[in-house]
Design a protein around this ligand. Structure first.
Ligand code: NAD
Length: 294
């Protein structure tokens, strides 16, 4: 397929490399990042979009996506698919879909989970919103870049699924970390804590697959000095998107709000050291902060 790719950073770079390796013709544009081998460099986003059947974007935020989409849409071939894989707010995803539809194009919001490792290995999970015929056009690309794709409904629903999932992840990781710190203070061995919780009703992905305590459970960023992995600031970004969406639709999300505050303090608070560390490093924060010190 002829593909345009805009935003070739930590995620977009390896995703584009996998498309090239699978035999697709990829034209790419990024103002900063180095393009992977085999991607034809373009002078701007519009040039990358010209003549492409599918244009993929992998960008940092909804504002950037809106700006880039305004350049892409007039340059795209009639009937082409604009496939945004960034994590952005639901409103931006729906606004871009409307812009594309008004120009006779089809748009999909398809945020991913699986991180940089999943992008490199081609094992991402795509959560997709948008029309079924566009999903079918993009299906061979999902097969190359990912291991799983779930069509979640109309435009914006991919982003909705992503932020709901990551709100659960942020809250379960936070409570798993605080439970480990509580267990420490109660004199419970971490291995015993892991053995019980990972096989009991307190189990979740946060403990059984991505255990925040070093030396117990499967190998995770905790065993690598909390190098990300999934960086705490990316978790904060997704939690903020969940709270922005909750305000817009009047949903009551107290645990999501609490997790957002915790990660806000961890990443941006004075004296905190969350920035640049894996999101599971919140355990170290709970180890060093007692209740009485607050
Ligand atoms: P990144 O910052 O490494 O890459 C973003 C790229 O977009 C950069 O190379 C930047 O130069 C480029 N860019 C910025 N403005 C641009 C513009 N106007 N035109 C063209 N390119 C532009 O970020 P990333 O880690 O690759 O993340 C990309 C998206 O994927 C984000 O929305 C993020 O939330 C999401 N995501 C990231 C991860 C992860 O583990 N890194 C996991 C899941 C989802």
């Amino acid at each position: 397929m002829k593909i345009g790719f805009v935003g070739l950073g930590n995620m977009g770079g390896p995703m584009a490399a996998n498309l090239v390796a699978a035999g697709h013709a990829v034209a790419g544009y990024d103002p900063v990042s180095v393009l992977p081998e085999g991607v034809r460099p373009c002078a701007d986003a519009a040039q990358a979009a010209a003549g492409a059947e599918v244009v993929i974007t992998m960008l940092p935020s909804g504002d950037v996506l809106r700006g880039v989409a305004a350049q892409l849409v007039p340059a795209m071939a009639p009937g082409a698919v604009l496939l945004d894989c960034s994590t952005v707010d639901v409103d931006s995803a729906r606004a871009v879909a409307d812009l594309a539809a008004a120009a006779g194009l089809r748009a999909l919001d398809a945020p991913v989970s699986g991180g940089v490792g999943g992008a490199a290995a081609g094992t991402l999970t795509f959560m997709v919103g948008g029309p079924s015929d566009a999903v079918e056009t993009a299906r061979p690309l999902f097969d190359v870049m990912g291991a799983r794709m779930v069509h979640c409904g109309p435009a914006g629903n991919g982003q909705a699924a992503k932020i709901c999932n990551n709100m659960i992840l942020g809250a379960t990781m936070a409570v798993t970390c605080e439970a480990f710190a509580l267990a420490d203070r109660l004199g419970l061995e971490r291995q015993a804590m892991f053995d019980v919780v990972s096989t009991s009703s307190g189990n979740s992905w946060s403990i059984s697959t991505y255990c925040p305590a070093p030396g117990v459970g499967p190998v995770s960023p905790a065993d690598n000095d909390y190098r990300p992995g999934f960086a705490a600031e990316l978790m904060l970004k997704d939690l903020r998107l969940s709270q922005q969406a909750a305000v817009q639709v009047d949903a009551d999300t107290p645990l999501g709000a609490c997790a957002t505050t915790l990660y806000e303090n961890f990443v941006e608070g004075p004296g905190e050291d969350g920035r640049g560390r894996d999101f599971s490093a919140l355990l170290a924060r709970f180890e060093s902060h007692g209740r009485r010190a607050q």
